[in-house]
Design a protein around this ligand. Structure first.
Ligand SMILES: N[C@@H](CCC(=O)N[C@@H](CS)C(=O)NCC(=O)O)C(=O)O
Length: 208
């Protein structure tokens, strides 16, 4: 499989899932400023949506949308990163995936834009803070979103909340969320993905 990605973007979530699942994959970097690959190819010819992530299967078929790609990856290794399709536990993971996609990922959009008035950014951050309150209350009771096991929903949440490093907002207001970020970052396979995207240096734990 080939994962089209941009450094630190939401494509980090499927990158983490591929790494955690132990599946063979190739990374193809996309410059989101020019929509070109490093070899100069036009990415919009590969994905007309223009955005990352995109997963290219070995048969050449292409799959987009973070929450769907994550489930495709999880289902290649049943029982590791998501419960069985059709089970109530799976619907809980899907409920979180949709929440992260629509309430957190897309809720963060205005914070990235330089040409948006401060009042709009403040309203976006206020809404986001209420979502973080909800997530943090869950994570105060259990290590991962759906309980004691790491799932694709955690990979997605971690990826999006990691943007606080670029957007410079403080997570200290949500200690359980801050602890979650540290817990996920310490997973050796997550560290591998972060290192591959040059977001962190390799840790001693990850080399063990
Ligand atoms: N609905 C899409 C959203 C993906 C998305 O927002 N990708 C961003 C990076 S995190 C992107 O590539 N933006 C550049 C663009 O839209 O041209 C999904 O779930 O995959």
């Amino acid at each position: 499989m080939k994962l089209y990605y941009a450094t630190g973007a939401c494509s980090l979530a499927p990158h983490i899932a591929l790494s955690e699942a132990g599946l063979p994959f190739e990374l193809v970097r996309v410059d989101l400023g020019t929509h070109k690959l490093t070899n100069g190819a036009d990415y919009t010819k590969i994905n007309p949506k223009g955005y990352v992530p995109l997963l290219e299967l070995d048969n050449g078929e292409r799959l987009s949308e973070v929450a769907v790609i994550l489930q495709y990856i999880a289902d290649r290794k049943p029982g590791t990163l998501a419960p069985a399709f059709g089970s109530m536990e799976r619907y809980r993971v899907m409920e979180w995936l949709n929440f992260v996609a629509t309430e957190i990922h897309k809720g963060m959009g205005p914070l990235w834009k330089a040409d948006i008035p401060e009042s709009v950014k403040k309203a976006a951050m206020d809404a986001l803070s209420r979502r973080f309150d909800y997530v943090a209350a869950t994570l105060a009771k259990q290590p991962y979103l759906t309980g004691s096991s790491f799932t694709i929903a955690d990979a997605y949440l971690f990826t999006i909340v990691n943007w606080h490093n670029f957007l410079k907002f403080d997570l200290a207001r949500w200690p359980a969320l801050q602890a979650f970020q540290e817990r996920v970052a310490a997973r050796p396979k997550v560290n591998d993905a972060l290192v591959a995207e040059h977001l962190v240096k390799k840790t001693a734990a990850a080399t063990a």
